[in-house]
Design a binder for this molecule. Structure first.
Ligand code: NAD
Length: 363
């Protein structure tokens, strides 16, 4: 392990990289030493703005340079797999943006590659860093709401309706998200992974079966803008039965005017219920349990601060011990998302069975 501070390489300097550089900047034990982007003007401007000394327009050149200890991969979804598979050869820890890969087989290949080499690996399911999410899970695990029976989780965006994040009709960073030919799995791949993780993490259960409906609404002439065919789903509704016995509804849309980036998660059990709301970095958690269930009285719950994913990653790099959420966990969720696509195509419920290679491995 190299000496402190941990030297971070940023891979991909688009919109989300701003958050990475901001949060890594708050951590004393690390330093962003270089960035890579295939768009030279963008990486140059990014490095100048954030005082990052070195930039590359090609990952191979950065790998050959080698003067970094860990990588934060913030490239578009379909680029995660090829870049991670290259990075595995360096043996350096990787924080990868979500979704780990557009499909489960690719996500599994990445997982097996990092595990085989013993590389620290995490996926930026960043809502794990919300105090409300951690506190809600602790309440469930402490039995405060009893056995979880019913889950309702929604992720709401509205950038197809409002212009608050720019103009999706002209900006490439939105257009690729609407086009399967550009590697997008639609809102199911983009937000589905977050809201599914939110529901599973809080309820402390994983999906056992899934039934999903996807919808792509018409939004441009001939469903096309330039090179972008607008075929990726922009709304989904998924019903699930969890391995702990609960039933759940998990859904997300880009058509929710009034909400820029909101998540509402409710978990009801045999002894109480809890509800979490999150909207553009504001959040709250309320609980109805104990005697309050007779009067439907809800009480706000205080939630102490928790480390964010960037902090967890730097700690994992320094200690060499992996932290959650790992590549394997993200791959397991990707398996459910792949089944959700298949369920929509077939029009029926599918069981979340372990993939054949895992079945063989476990006999
Ligand atoms: N965790 C979260 O909450 C969250 C939020 C937003 C986006 N994301 C994820 O972050 C990733 C990036 O999203 P974004 O909004 O920043 O996209 P973006 O399009 O704004 O930026 C991606 C950048 O990667 C660069 N790039 C493409 N191929 C590359 C390659 N081979 N090597 C180096 N750079 C390359 C592009 O030129 C671009 O600058 C996506 O996977 C997205 O799903 C996660």
């Amino acid at each position: 392990m190299s000496a402190s501070p941990v030297r971070i390489l940023i891979l991909g300097t688009g919109a989300m990289a701003e958050r990475h550089v901001h949060f890594f900047g708050e951590i004393e034990e690390c330093r962003v030493v270089a960035a890579v982007d295939i768009a030279e003007a963008r990486v140059k401007a990014f490095c100048a703005e954030h005082d990052i000394p070195t930039y590359f327009t090609d990952l191979d050149a950065a790998i050959a340079w080698g003067e970094f200890d860990a990588v934060s991969n913030i490239t578009p979804d379909p680029v995660h797999h090829p870049t991670v598979m290259k990075l595995v050869e360096t043996g350096k820890p990787i924080l990868c943006e979500k979704p780990l890969a557009p499909t489960y087989p690719l996500a599994l290949e990445m997982t097996e590659a990092v595990e085989r080499r013993g590389i620290v690996n995490m996926v930026n399911l960043r809502y794990r860093g919300l105090p409300v999410m951690q506190k809600a899970r602790a309440l469930v695990q402490d039995g405060v709401i009893g056995s979880v029976r019913h889950i309702d989780a929604a992720f709401l965006h509205s950038w197809l309706v409002g212009n608050h994040w720019g103009d999706w009709r002209t900006e490439e960073r939105w257009l690729w998200r609407l086009s399967s030919a550009h590697g997008s799995s639609g809102v199911l791949g983009d937000l589905g992974i977050h809201i599914l993780d939110f529901a599973c993490f809080v309820a402390d259960q994983m999906p056992g079966s899934v039934h999903c409906r996807l919808k792509t609404f018409a939004k441009a002439e001939n469903d096309r803008i330039g090179e972008y065919g607008l075929d990726a789903n922009d709304s989904f509704v998924m019903s699930l039965e969890f391995d702990g016995g609960a039933l759940g509804l998990v859904h997300a849309t880009r058509w929710a005017p009034g909400y820029a980036n909101a998540q509402n998660v409710a978990v009801y059990g045999s002894k109480g219920g809890l509800e979490i709301w999150f909207e553009s970095e504001e959040m709250g958690l309320r609980l109805c349990a104990g005697e309050d269930v007779h009067t439907q009285t809800w009480r706000d719950v205080e939630c102490p601060p928790v480390p964010n994913t960037y902090r967890e990653f730097v700690d994992a790099v320094m200690s060499g011990d992996n932290r959650q959420p790992s590549f394997r966990h993200a791959a397991e969720l990707q398996h459910v998302l792949d089944l959700a696509f298949e369920s929509d195509r077939l029009g029926r419920t599918l069981e979340v069975e372990p993939p054949p290679q895992l079945k063989e491995a476990t006999g």
